[in-house]
Design a protein. Structure first.
Lengths: 358, 509
């Protein structure tokens, strides 16, 4: 839910002071329908809150939308983190890909970015999709298609507008290899959103019901987990849904912030200190919502078992035991930038990934 | 990076007004027909622009980028450039080891005609006023049994340009457009190609106009640049388009260049392959004179002096000019100032420059490091150019990057100008590689700021050091400045680790 990401960012204090009083969105964003299309909120299995996007959240996003892509704006730290996401994905794919020929350098992987927001990651990945599908992939991320979803209508609109500034990305939007969908993960799973196979049709808002749920090689979940509101949803059910969207052998990859003493000092005390020390507006983070690596790991183990459940058989604990789990910390040093620091998972930001068994 | 003033102002300005602050340029939309799209458009085909192109073509990550280069001169002529073995162009540069390493890494160094390239292992620098001296070589770092390490490598710029063009030609012509004999008629913003195309309103569109005979028949071409690189020199049109100001000043000095033939050295160098560069500061005449070795006992002269002296020297007949060059390495300031004012006359009654030098040199104690006398000037190689200092306020702007002289022009006394340009190009090509491999838009500020943060300070440091040296060695007489600089030079010469630190800095290690 990139619409939620700015919450993790140092914001330009004075510029945004007026906007930060609004409540930050929470995971119910994902699980509920977009404000503009409440009628799509019909998934029968959804047992969570169905609260819709509140008015002040929407105004909050509208105010952020204009600065989302400003390299010096409030999302700067997030922009700076983006290259690390590519590197982390590449390190996961180096261990194994769902593609039939693992040595092939052809771009074959279909990506789903959950909570794409303004499209910082989705657009950068779409840029690596080769214009000629038979050409070798230019990067180790081997992307053949990207579907990016977010429930915020404003942000999806803004992301589409920004994608038009790059002719390569624009061309992928036109061919359908790159799609921005204003929808929820649940609707994608139910086939309510347009999730037809990539490159076949251009994005189409009409609901096209598919009998089988979509299968993606990579599902990404960057800076989303720490915004789940425990009152309305659970990370477990959300992660389980993410795993359901994955093909066997595919990777679920994300990043979040851990809930530890160092992260409290860094994110709450120092980063949100009064100007000129702090770089984040007061109230940007809710430390209590941060999640620790072992919590994520536990949910994923449980989620893998649940995702393996079908009508006829139950997923066993063997699935959870053989789970391939990766986790590495990331540290932001002012003046240097983001660096992966193995072992720093408990200091704050970290990347994690899990591979669905073949 | 945007100007600091804007970045600082930003938080204090309301969002609607902020738009006006940052969108101050590129207000003119152009015709709506769609231009050809390029990833990198480089304006300027000098060593910097060609170096960038060669580096991009050499890397497997960036070799598939669609690139274009626009150059006013005829690149085919530059590629076919050839001279007799003992003729040398007067435009020479000394390549530092790090530049050589970069050129090797992109496969361009092998394309140099090595018979026209001269490495040197020793550099003698001394103060014409006080006689204090420093010698730069790597003897403090290497054992006496090793070969002496190269301090720098002299090459003609034309040789380097030809090598880079050959390297680019070797990479094939796929995704490559060389607009030779062409000028940039205009640079303006693109337009939104709604609904059938992308929004190019933030993309620079370059109108390329052929010059010469083709100008009548060939229509101008419009090309759009994801990244527009200004390698277009001190009066960079790309910099003007990006509205990037420059700071700087003119030194009020001219550099005289010439290709000279030298006499055999009085004592053979040891080891036999050892070559030496010489530089003597002449505070009374406005700058240093330098003699840098070329193959076969040739050397290239760079003499920085006042425009009046430069005009005088250029007006002298060849024997008198040679006498002045030799005098400048030998005589003291008073004698030199006198000879600078001598009427050049062919009549027997007035003494000629040669006689004057011969007579005065008998009465001057000569230091050990004096170069062999210059015996000939290659015809047509005496030329001069004004010395200036410029530094652009920033190197990057959205979809624009400046390299080489477009970003910085410095005093030539340390021979660093071309090397800084090559370091820029090495850094920019690495930046582009990083951006491509991480899904970044190579024209985006977030991608480009890596380049500017890597190069801005080193360039400012070297440029500032050259400026400081220029100013210190322009104080004539035996005052405290002369005393201090002699002390400084003496101390540096006797402290190997300080000298080695300075040399590593100067050579980009």
């Amino acid at each position: 839910m990139a619409s939620l990401r700015p919450r993790t960012l140092p914001l330009s204090v004075r510029a945004l002071r007026s906007t930060i009083r609004s409540t930050r969105p929470s995971l119910n964003h994902f699980l509920s329908a977009p404000a503009s299309a409440p009628s799509t909120q019909t998934h029968p299995t959804r047992a969570h809150s169905t609260s819709s996007v509140s008015a002040d959240e929407l105004s909050h996003f509208s105010s952020l939308a204009s600065s989302w892509w400003d390299p010096m704006g409030p999302s700067r730290i997030l922009h700076l983190m983006n290259p690390l996401r590519h590197e982390f994905i590449a390190s996961c794919l180096a261990e194994g890909t769902p593609s039939p020929d693992p040595t092939s350098s052809t771009a074959t992987l279909n990506y789903l970015d959950v909570g794409c927001g303004g499209g910082i990651f989705a657009e950068s990945l779409a840029r690596t999709i080769p214009l000629d599908p038979t050409a070798p992939a230019p990067t180790p991320t081997l992307a053949a298609s990207m579907t990016a979803i977010d429930p915020s209508t404003d942000l999806i609109q803004m992301a589409r507008e920004h994608a038009r500034l790059d002719p390569t990305v624009d061309s992928h939007l036109r061919t359908g290899r790159f799609k921005y969908l204003n929808t929820t993960l649940e609707d994608v799973l139910a086939g309510n959103a347009n999730t037809s196979t990539p490159a076949s049709t251009p994005p189409n808002p009409s609901s096209e019901v598919k009998p089988t749920p979509p299968q993606y090689d990579i599902v990404t979940l960057f800076e989303v987990l720490e915004h789940i509101d425990p009152k309305t949803s659970t990370p477990l059910s959300f992660l389980t849904n993410c795993l359901r969207a994955l093909k066997p052998g595919g990777w679920l990859i994300g990043s979040t912030i851990s809930r530890t003493l160092p992260s409290f000092i860094l994110n709450q005390v120092i980063a949100e200190a009064p100007w000129p020390i702090g770089v984040v507006p007061r109230g940007t983070h809710e430390w209590s919502k941060f999640v620790n690596p072992d919590e994520v790991k536990g949910w994923l183990q449980e989620g893998l078992m649940r995702a393996a459940d079908t009508g006829v058989s139950k997923g066993g604990s063997a699935i959870a035991e053989g789970m391939r789990w990766k986790c590495v910390g990331a540290v932001y040093v002012p003046g240097i930038g983001w660096k992966m620091v193995p072992g720093s998972e408990d200091w704050g930001n970290y990347f994690w990934a899990v591979r669905k068994g073949v | 990076m945007r100007p600091i003033s804007r970045a600082v102002l930003r938080p204090y300005v309301c969002p609607t007004c902020r738009h006006g602050i940052t969108a101050g340029r590129r207000q003119f939309a152009s015709k709506s027909d769609s231009p050809d799209l390029y990833d990198v458009v480089c304006v300027g085909g000098g060593p910097a622009g060609l170096g960038l192109l060669a580096a991009l073509r050499a890397s497997p990550i960036t070799s598939k980028l669609k690139v274009a280069l626009i150059e006013t001169q005829d690149l085919r002529k530059a590629k076919a450039w050839d001279l007799e073995p003992n003729q040398f162009s007067n435009r020479c540069s000394s390549l530092t080891p790090s530049t050589v390493a970069f050129l090797r890494s992109i496969g361009a160094y092998d394309k140099l005609d090595v018979s026209r390239v001269q490495e040197y292992q020793d550099m003698q620098v001394w103060d014409g006023q006080t006689g204090s001296r420093i010698s730069f070589d790597w003897s403090m770092e290497t054992s006496p049994f090793e070969d002496m390490r190269t301090v720098a490598t002299m090459t003609e710029n034309a040789n380097l340009v030809r090598a880079l063009l050959r390297r680019i030609a070797d990479s094939g012509d796929e995704n490559l457009s060389l607009f030779s004999n062409s000028t940039v008629a205009s640079i303006e913003n693109g337009s939104d190609l709604k609904p059938d195309g992308p929004d190019l309103s933030a993309w620079p569109i370059v109108t390329v106009k052929p010059t010469g005979p083709a100008a009548e028949t060939e229509p101008p071409k419009r090309i759009a640049a994801r990244l527009l690189v200004g390698a277009d020199g001190i009066n960079s049109p790309v910099r003007t388009f990006a509205d990037i100001p420059t700071q700087g000043w003119d030194y009020g000095r001219h550099g005289i260049v010439a290709t000279l033939a030298l006499a055999e050295p009085a004592t053979a160098p040891f080891p036999a392959s050892k070559r030496t560069a010489y530089q003597r500061f002449l505070p009374a005449l406005g700058g240093p004179i330098a003699l840098l070795p070329l193959p076969n006992n040739h050397a290239t002269l760079v003499w920085s002096t006042t425009p009046e002296h430069a005009a005088y020297l250029k007006s002298l007949p060849t024997p008198a000019f040679l006498a002045m060059v030799n005098a400048a390495f030998r005589l003291d300031m008073t004698d030199l100032t006198y000879m600078m004012g001598m009427q050049s006359s062919s009549s027997d009654s007035t003494p000629s420059h040669q006689d004057e030098l011969a007579w005065r040199v008998q009465h001057t104690p000569l230091p050990a490091q004096v170069p062999p006398p210059a015996t000939g000037v290659q015809t047509g190689t005496v030329a001069s150019f004004p010395l200036r200092f410029r530094h652009a306020a920033q190197y990057v702007s959205p979809r624009v990057a400046l390299v080489g002289d477009a970003a910085h022009v410095i005093h030539p006394l340390a021979g660093q100008g071309l090397n800084l340009g090559q370091a820029d190009v090495a850094s920019l090509s690495k930046t582009i590689q990083y951006a491509v491999s991480h899904g970044m838009d190579i024209g985006d500020l977030l991608a480009l700021e890596r380049y500017s943060s890597e190069r801005y300070l080193p360039n400012a440091k070297i440029g500032g050091a050259c400026d400081l040296l220029h100013k210190m060695y322009n104080v004539p007489g035996e005052g405290p400045v002369a005393w201090a600089r002699s002390l400084g030079l003496g101390v540096v010469d006797r402290l190997p680790f300080v000298k080695s630190f300075l040399m590593k800095n100067a050579e980009g290690y």
